[in-house]
Structure formats: structure tokens, C-alpha cells
Design a protein around this ligand. Structure first.
Ligand SMILES: Cc1ncc(COP(=O)(O)O)c(C=O)c1O
Length: 402
């Protein structure tokens, strides 16, 4: 079939997108999918042959390429090979999976844990396994796409509350039938804005309305709390979250997702969640890397202190130059640009000066709120952050953002 001559709605959508991408590429304003050629020390990367400071990384504690973690991954390959014998339920479970799940449960102060082969699959599968038709799920408007997709897939009544607006959540909870099963779900740290959910109030509301609470800790593990254990530690709340979800692809330099919870919940998920039953097990090297990374976090607490210092330096520096960094309190630092084109132009200026940041534009964020989504990590030196801010500041002035 000749796609070019097919004139249907799908093809029109595809072509419109293709044109947008081509126009951006023609104007040197397209920055997605750029291959990193090499990881260099000190949070630097080689891209297009040039050494750049990395300010778009999720490796908040700078654990990518950590020698202990690399060694654990290599040892797992020597022991188990590169793949498994299939899905976890059948022949795919290895001792390293069991070890990893035990490590996660211990790290999260939970009874047990289950892992999946991506964070996306975890949310999709866990929400749609726990909730079904006739149930009610309440989701923050800025929750990650994987949560939204899980809610939609569940078939439950889907209610979205205004971002971090717990008075609105309360109204929605009150309006739901008292006897319906309810799940409240939110990111701990919001992936585009860097702000933190009001967990204490959320816990209170869940108790009052007999709702389950699920929190996605993709951007809070290793980031929040004195020992990096996440949002419960940050608020000094103890074990208050029913379903503690997280990823193994951010602070933990691997791939995968997990849920830590009470034993009977984990047993249920092991036998009822489709991403566990019908998708291949985590590769041994990735499971071993993740397992070691949780231990490194506890053994190297200086990384969390350094991350906090770097975060303060970056946010306060950008603010003092006049940038709007929205409500961030964490290592995810939005630098508001306004229109999509402004964010693309800012990125071009930054990358031309060897600062690797990336733009986030609509529909990932609302129109008019396009931004650089910059991140700092424990791997950055203060002097490098100062230099990056200088570059971003010059670009902001040139483009009239500050
Ligand atoms: C809040 C949040 N949840 C879930 C995910 C999905 O995780 P993964 O990339 O490991 O599939 C992400 C990743 O982008 C995220 O930011």
C-alpha cells in the first residue's frame, strides 16, 4: 500500500506530525532522540562529538556507571546470562529477582515487593488490577501518563482532582458513593514540575473516606528523605502508603518498576497483574544493578546531601536571575519559557554552549507553559552548575525570557 496517497484521518494525523518534526529539524530546533555517544565523568556526556554538561538526567544521585553497580551487573551476566527463561510466573524467576524484591521491601519499610519490567507497565498493570468497573479512582491532574493509562484501562470511574488541590480531592471523595471501593493516586514528586504532593493531608483524607492510597515514587526515591527512602521519610510519616510504587530507571540506574506493600497485596499482584504474568522477567544484569543501587544509596549518604546542596544552588541561582521555576522544591527544575518555540530556541542556545537540557512542550505540558525541564544531580560540581546557569541566563536574556 502506498501510504503517501492514503487520505484518511490516521494518515492526516501522521503527516501533520511529520511536517512539524521536519520544520523543527530544518530550523535546527529539534532536540529529541539525540544519541549520547559516551558517558563521561562528572555528569558529562559526549553528543555529536562534543562534551556537554548533562542537565536532563534522571540519575539524581549520579549512580549511572557507578563501579559497584556495574560490577554487580557484570557478575549477574556471568552467572545467569543476558536473559531469562521467560515470564516470572513460569521459568523466568531467578534468585536475583527474589533478592531485589527483598531489598526493595527492606528499603521501603514494607512487608514485600514485586518488580515489573518497566515503571510504565507497573502503573498500567497495578492500577488496572486493583480497580475495576464500579470502583472509583482519584488521580491528580498532573500525574504521569502511565497512571492515567492505568486508570483508563481499569474501567473504574475516573475522577481527576486539580493539581495538588486536596480540597478538590475531598469534594470528589465526598461525592462518590460511600460504599464504593476507592483508590487515590498521585506522583510523590511531579515529573514535569518538581513539586511535592501534600502527603499528610492526602493520608488523612484517605483514612476518612476509606480510600486506598497509591503513590508513584519515580522521582522521590533517592531524592526525598534524609536517607533517600522517599516521601514518607520526607514528611516523617512512617508506613502510611498502601501501594508504594517506584521505578528502577531513575535514581536507580537500571530499568523496571516495583510496588512495595503488605504481603497479601503482593501475592495478589503476582497472580493477577498481567504485566507480571504475561511479560518477560527483568534481565539478570538489570535486576542485579538495581539491587546493588539500593545498597549504594544507604552506604553513600553524602550523595543525598550533595543533591540537596546542588538543588538549592540551582533553583536559587535561576530565581535570582529572574527565571520562573514554578513550585519546584526538588532536583527537577522547570525553567518556564512560555510558547513552545521559545523553549526550543532556549534549548538551541544552551546546547550550542554545551549545556545539555531539553524542552518539554505541549501536549506534555499545557500550552503556554513550555519549559526547559532541567535537572541537577549529586554528580555535578558547584562550579559546573554555575557555568550552566550562566549559559541559561545569557540565553534567557537574548530571547527576552528574563
Ligand atoms: C512519575 C513517573 N512514573 C512512571 C514512569 C515510568 O517509568 P519507566 O520509565 O521506568 O517506565 C515515569 C518515567 O518517565 C515517571 O516519571
Amino acid at each position: 500500500m502506498d501510504l503517501k496517497t492514503t487520505d484518511d484521518a490516521v494518515m492526516r494525523r501522521i503527516q501533520a506530525f511529520g511536517e512539524r518534526v521536519s520544520t523543527l529539524q530544518a530550523n535546527d530546533l529539534y532536540f529529541y532522540n539525540q544519541p549520547v555517544q559516551e558517558i563521561l565523568p562528572g555528569m558529562k556526556v559526549r553528543v555529536h562529538g562534543r562534551e556537554m554538561g548533562m542537565y536532563a538526567s534522571y540519575s539524581y544521585l549520579g549512580l549511572v556507571n557507578h563501579p559497584r553497580i556495574n560490577a554487580a551487573a557484570k557478575a549477574a551476566i556471568d552467572k545467569f546470562g543476558t536473559g531469562t527463561h521467560g515470564v516470572r510466573t513460569l521459568a523466568g524467576t531467578l534468585t536475583i529477582h527474589a533478592e531485589l524484591e527483598e531489598t526493595i521491601a527492606h528499603f521501603k519499610h514494607a512487608e514485600a515487593a514485586i518488580t515489573y519490567s518497566s515503571g510504565y507497565a507497573t502503573n498500567l498493570s497495578v492500577v488496572s488490577t486493583l480497580m475495576g468497573r464500579g470502583d472509583y479512582v482519584f488521580s491528580d491532574k498532573l500525574n504521569h501518563a502511565s497512571i492515567v493509562d492505568g486508570c483508563l484501562m481499569s474501567g473504574a470511574e475516573f475522577r481527576r482532582f486539580k493539581h495538588n488541590d486536596l480540597a478538590h480531592l475531598e469534594t470528589l471523595l465526598k461525592n462518590a458513593p460511600a460504599d464504593a471501593a476507592k483508590l487515590v493516586i498521585a506522583d510523590a514528586v511531579f515529573s514535569m514540575d518538581g513539586d511535592i504532593i501534600d502527603l499528610p493531608k492526602m493520608v488523612e483524607l484517605c483514612k476518612e473516606h476509606h480510600a486506598w492510597l497509591m503513590i508513584d515514587e519515580a522521582h522521590s526515591v533517592g531524592v526525598l528523605g534524609k536517607t533517600g527512602r522517599g516521601i514518607e521519610e520526607h514528611f516523617g510519616l512512617g508506613d502510611v502508603i498502601d501501594i508504594k510504587m517506584g521505578t528502577l530507571s531513575k535514581t536507580i540506574p537500571s530499568v523496571g518498576g516495583y510496588v512495595a506493600a503488605k504481603k497479601e497485596i503482593i501475592t495478589y499482584l503476582r497472580h493477577a497483574s498481567r504485566a507480571y504474568i504475561f511479560s518477560a522477567a527483568l534481565p539478570p544484569a538489570q535486576a542485579a544493578a538495581a539491587n546493588e543501587a539500593f545498597k549504594v544509596i544507604l552506604d553513600e549518604p553524602w550523595r543525598i546531601e550533595r543533591l540537596n546542596e546542588n538543588t538549592r544552588l540551582f533553583i536559587s541561582g535561576l530565581k535570582s536571575m529572574g527565571f520562573d521555576t514554578m513550585l519546584t522544591e526538588t532536583a527537577i527544575v522547570p525553567i518556564l519559557c512560555g510558547e513552545d518555540e521559545k523553549a526550543f530556541a532556549m534549548t538551541r542556545e544552551a546546547q550550542r554552549n554545551d549545556v545539555f537540557v531539553l524542552p518539554v512542550v505541549s501536549p506534555a505540558v499545557p500550552e503556554g507553559l513550555a519549559r526547559l525541564r532541567a535537572t541537577v544531580t549529586a554528580g555535578h560540581e558547584a562550579s559546573e552548575i554555575e557555568r550552566a546557569m550562566e549559559v541559561i541566563g545569557k540565553a534567557g536574556k537574548k530571547l527576552g525570557i528574563i
